[in-house]
Design a protein around this ligand. Sequence first.
Ligand code: NAD
Ligand code: UGA
Length: 331
Amino acid sequence: MSEIHPAVTAPVIRRAVVTGAAGFIGSHLAHALLQAGATVIGVDRRGPAGDDSSAANLSVLHGREGYIPVTADLLDCAIDPLLVDADVVFHLAGVPGVRPSWGGQFSEYVRSNILATQRVMDAATRMHVPRLVVASSSSVYGVTSGGPSVESDRPRPASPYAVTKLAEEQLCLAHAARAACPTSVIALRYFTVYGPRQRPDMFIHRALDAALTGRSLRLYGDGHQRRDFTFIDDAVAATIAAGTAPNNTSIVNIGGGTNASLIDVINIVQSLAGREIDVRSDTARSGDVLSTRADTRLAEAALGWRATTDLPSGMRAQMQALAHSAYPAAA
Ligand code: NAD
Ligand code: UGA
């Protein structure tokens, strides 16, 4: 975890399954659950030798007391045995990223975000797991008028990725709405999460990487896109709260309250690093929305949660972690 630790609601979770545990958000979540004393079954198709980012993410989990690693693909593994006696399934496994979803990889998005989710949800109900928390996305809102998005707004997904995330959350909710379904579902619509070990394809990681290495940063469009950037520890605290929240909420926005532009991010990076970065203009990408902004009143009411980390503080924590892990000579 990073050096910033906002108050996390004390979970009463004894045993949790985290899918996507080798990923950015899943590894932080699994780590926080272990710190709170839970047993965690971490499932991911990437193992410690998968690639640089899965190795770094899993290095904080493997060997820790209470952690049970499972390297398996949710598209074909036996899921029921993994869920025995679980209080919560946190379903974070999936193929993320807006821009690559247009091309030939679309079938991967469908397979992991929809077909695998159907298998996970089927297993959760068969195994009578009381709660499933599923990772949805701000991208389901698509192009908005610029005002904060409320959970009841009509979704207008603007990319194939966003369509699969909308399908994923609705699929889980459809299962949960069946008569006598033993599993209640909360779908969290995360807004652009950042922090230590952020996925290397994401903007803040690339901007910090540019500052630390001198590599150039490609800016898609004019840089006036705005995002409601959400710090990882805040996202994790909300996710744990959703594991035990009362069973009367289904979809909740998780936004950091920032709504900063990419140019703002570049300015923060330059001030943190004390140097200019080499920014190269590139064409705007299809499916990239101009602005995301979360209305988080429901998160406050239903989860007792609000974000506590401002963008410069969170980015400083991410830069320090990146400097120490990837570029120790620059730290
Ligand atoms: P990530 O790529 O770092 O983690 C996802 C993990 O899921 C990976 O380790 C991958 O190996 C695993 N996975 C994918 N398909 C699988 C399968 N079929 N079987 C087993 N494991 C599989 O992504 P992340 O940024 O940590 O995002 C986690 C979740 O949150 C995703 O569902 C994503 O769509 C959602 N989300 C992320 C953000 C964000 O800003 N990072 C925002 C909104 C929503
Ligand atoms: C992020 C995650 O990547 C998605 O998985 C997630 O679903 C989504 O948040 C969400 O909130 O739901 P995105 O907002 O596109 O998606 O975040 P970044 O990948 O960090 O991109 C932010 C902006 O920076 C985009 O406008 C993108 O075009 C731009 N960008 C990104 C660049 O200009 N250059 C780059 O090298 C990378």
